[in-house]
Design a protein around this ligand. Sequence first.
Ligand code: K7E
Ligand code: CUA
Length: 652
Amino acid sequence: MKKLKIMGVGLILALFVAAGCNNQNSGNSGALSNKSAAEKAYVAPGEYDEFYAFMSGGFSGQLSVYGLPSGRLLKVIPVFAQDGEKGYGYNEETKPMFNTSFGFVPWDDAHHPELSQTNGETDGRWIFINGNNTPRIARIDLTTFETTEIVEIPNSGGNHSSPFVTENSEYVVAGTRFSVPVPQKDVAINSYKDNFKGALSYIKADEPGEMKVAFQILVPGFDYDLAHSGKGKSHGWTFFTTYNTEESHTLLEVNASQNDKDFIAAVNWKKAEEYLAAGKGKDFPTSYVHNYYDESTHTATSNTVETVKVLIPSECPGLIYYLPTPKSPHGVDVDPTGEYIIGNGKLSADLTVHSFTKMLAAIENESYEDEIDGIPVLKFEDVIAGSVQSGGLGPLHTEFDGKGNAYTSFFISSEVVKWKVGTWEVLDRQPTYYSIGHLMIPGGDSKAPSGKYLVALNKITKDRYLPTGPEMNHSAQLFDISGDKMELILDFPTIGEPHYAQAIPADRIVPNNKKFYPISENEHPHAVKKDADVRVERDGNVVRIYMTSIRSHFSPDNIEGIKVGDKVYFHLTNLEQDWDVPHGLSMMGANNAELLVMPGQTETLLWEPKFEGVYPFYCTDFCSALHQEMQGYIRVSAKGSNVPLKWSLGED
Ligand code: K7E
Ligand code: CUA
């Protein structure tokens, strides 16, 4: 019996591999020499792209920003990983962004960028992204394109079904992909069924600086894979896919594929708010960290939260229902009207579409086929709206164009399939190169998609670009979807693994773009706003250098009286008040990265000199014709020496 099961897995594996190989042959024949395609992706030098696209960096932990349709890389925003390019996570101001209940964690696995919404439409205020490994959610401010907040998610393992927003960004959600003992404790792994639980978390998201877990729902120990919140008529609900409803803890590739159907969990979060108001939330002791970067002090601080409100489904009727859904569904997507809930059963060919209206009726009629830990399982026949006989294999994710069509990615058959919402008829299919994961249409999970472009986010690149050794960047492909047939117009490489991406019309962001930080509003405790205040102060072995930069010098640029064993803090304020004029600061031998200080900002570099001598520092960012001259020296004397502390600029 066991052998048979394993053979089954072998077959699935073979399919995965075969998909890659077959497509390879068609690699270059899929290329386009067609001039009109080139024109469609062409953005003339000096012109702006029509859309910003935000692509998750996957295991890079970051978020990259591209222009569409050009595919030009505009910026990599560091989020969950230290970034030497910008000093993020190396300078003293941003180090606290990586604080967690496990201490300093300077990396994560980012999967899903999610733009904030108002009335179900992307509004350009923020973008959120999840950290899967040490469960976290980050907020990026889209006036500055900087990470300004990171909150940890307690009672979770693998924050994958996250951070999908509700219609007005009331909440971002977080469902645990790996169930764990709640609260954590030392138990035998094979006691999984007794001790492991899932948590579906709702994080308050509409107030910058105030992100916190509003409540969690404690659910059976399944794997909660993806989510989407309802919109329009289904506003107030969130849908989470599950797999491993078998509750297995080993060889999941076999053991989690036994049940013919898993579930989509439908959560009524408005009801949850009522239960909380009625005092049904239990205070669970916990410990999770919230980090916030304040733009006036240019500094992040951390605080720890010690309790979380938990709702137990058996005590809260009407809070959550299970909708049976075939074949270990991966993505769950809600169409722009909010009526249809699409389950992408990754081990099947067909898509299962549930009807929100039918779901409400089934709840009304108590049309249940089972109940699990107090959660009613609705009858499959009573909630299903239809199924898309796609002809593809391995559906993962679906997005919408706002014109009544849906587009689903098929990993195994490596293609995008376009189908009609309501009739479920397949309208078009195009191959992708190769093995597509997510796909993305600007606004494609909102109420109002811009159905002009579709980006396929592919896992495997192989022969598409000049080879770069065993590892190739992952690859994105841009399709024009304005006509009846999808047309491939551009390939471009991506950074890390962009599981998901989102895009937004540029005009929802450009008018609010911050060009510099007003120096008058700089409230950094170590800022220096005028040359008279430049100084060096010693307190024991702690030395603080209050320094400024302006084209093209640092003040001071000669410092003496530093000693081996000192802890030297460079507090550098960039006095520029002009767009795109950062100054860098790097110190020879510092066990650290550079600083890259924006105009009007103050940042701090820690340097612990090890040896006597005279060491240079310099500006790393080419800021003017005299950028090379932007340098200085620090004299380091022996521990205990009596060389006096002295600093100067322009003195002999
Ligand atoms: Cu499908 Cu993490 Cu959304 Cu990868 S996930 S593809
Ligand atoms: Cu400042 Cu280069």
